[in-house]
Design a protein around this ligand. Structure first.
Ligand code: BEZ
Length: 413
């Protein structure tokens, strides 16, 4: 078992891993101490010579384990492509397995911020865990890059200049699906999800778009996270006979839901739609059951741009696996940090300038063009995809340059 797949207890002492080897780090520190008379490095020079401490707080176990691993792999891939550096500085990684447990999130975050004194935290996947992380990041003024969790508040009422997302908001990826499903002729829809922030906010955003287009949600079904006993709810869907179903599940839960839906024969009679997490990174395990599912997301496997082609081939070469949205978000999180740090020559002390460079960044991401709104949430295209040939194929742009409304975010300095 590799370190990253051990349970949280085993990762209680986060480990210094690749990107900087411990021997070189110690030698570098000793070298600075013995430079001798006549050389007095300034504080920023010392800070810039030290490795950048990046703390990953991600799920390395549980239903979102693969998502966390792919974010980690994507981030490291970008760092490797920069010769093991970000903004000219070597990188030291620290990892905590958050297990997608909101109740442990504050302690886990404090471990990285208080004990390891990381320069930046990268995390996480689960919206409930991210809420606690955002609060600690605000209280401790720690730089935070969220490489997945869509919780609207992070770039809404709890927005802060030093909190960025390289991912999406829950509103952003689901609102466009309302019009898509109405245009497809569906009028009465049942929703199904886990009962926690991400599921509730994604369903609310879909409902907002669907109602605006003239459709109605006739039943909202939910079960506690991360339960996967779907049978009773699938039976209820069969009884309700809606025109279609909209679902949010991800990771291992998404695999089980899609297979159970098909095993009940509903994929032949009631079309299944969802946010793209239902089928991203999960198709190999879902097999035939995933065919024909339509989803909206800010990524698709077949995006025909140079950045995506290069990313997919280098991710495959590094990991032996096909990249997905989680890997892209990790990769882009590192790219964003690199851009900010490069602007200040690696000096995290020059944070206002670093933040300004990040906020005004415009990238060619594997997902397509990406920039940031005033709340530090990406502005990006949301694609309509369909599972065909074992891939999430883009069939249209559901909505161009979608900008989360950042409701409740006070103007940022
Ligand atoms: C969330 O909790 O925000 C989330 C988890 C998995 C995939 C997408 C969103």
């Amino acid at each position: 078992m590799s370190d990253v797949t051990k349970p949280a207890a085993a990762l209680a002492h986060p480990i210094l891993t690749s990107g900087l080897d411990r021997r070189r780090f110690l030698a570098g520190a000793a070298g600075l101490a013995t430079l001798g008379a006549g050389f007095t490095p300034s504080a920023p020079a010392i800070a810039q010579a030290a490795p950048l401490k990046v703390g990953f707080m991600l799920p390395y176990s549980g239903t979102f384990a693969k998502l966390g691993k792919f974010i980690d792999d994507g981030f490291r891939l970008y760092v490797e492509q920069q010769g093991g550096k970000l903004g000219g500085r070597e990188v030291a990684f620290f990892q905590v397995d958050d297990e997608s447990k909101p109740e442990a999130a504050t302690d886990n975050m404090n471990r990285l911020v208080g004990r390891e004194k990381v320069d930046v935290v990268v995390g996480t996947v689960h919206s409930g865990v991210a809420m606690a992380m955002v609060k600690v990041a605000r209280d401790s003024n720690t730089m935070l890059i969220i490489p997945n969790a869509g919780v609207n508040e992070a770039t809404g009422p709890l927005c802060a200049p030093h909190i960025f997302r390289s991912s999406f908001s829950n509103w952003q990826v689901c609102y466009p699906m309302g019009k898509v499903m109405h245009d497809a002729g569906h009028r009465k829809v049942v929703t199904i999800t886990w009962r926690y922030a991400a599921g509730q906010q994604m369903v609310a955003a879909f409902k907002e778009g669907f109602s605006a287009a003239g459709g109605s949600v006739i039943e909202e079904l939910a079960l506690p996270f991360p339960e996967v006993e779907f049978q009773a709810l699938i039976t209820q869907i069969a009884t309700l006979k809606p025109d279609a179903v909209f679902a949010f599940f991800a990771g291992g839960g998404a695999v089980k839901f899609v297979k159970d839906y098909a095993a009940a024969g509903l994929n032949k009679t009631i079309p299944l739609y969802g946010s793209g997490f239902l089928t991203d990174g999960t198709i190999p395990a879902q097999g035939e059951a995933a065919n024909g599912i339509k989803t909206t997301l800010h990524y698709a496997d077949n995006l025909d741009n140079a950045a995506n082609k290069a990313f997919l081939s280098s991710f495959k070469a590094k990991t032996g696996q096909d990249g997905d949205i989680y890997a892209v978000q990790g990769f882009d999180g590192a790219a964003l940090l690199n851009l900010g740090l490069t602007a200040v020559k690696g000096d995290m002390g020059a944070r206002p300038a670093m933040i300004e460079a990040m906020r005004s960044a415009k990238f060619d991401s594997p997902r397509g063009p990406m920039s940031f709104n005033r709340a530090n949430n990406p502005v990006q295209d949301v694609y309509l995809r369909e599972v065909r040939n074992g891939r999430n194929e883009m069939i249209a742009i559901a909505q161009k340059s979608v900008d989360d409304p950042a409701r409740g975010c006070k103007a940022q300095s």
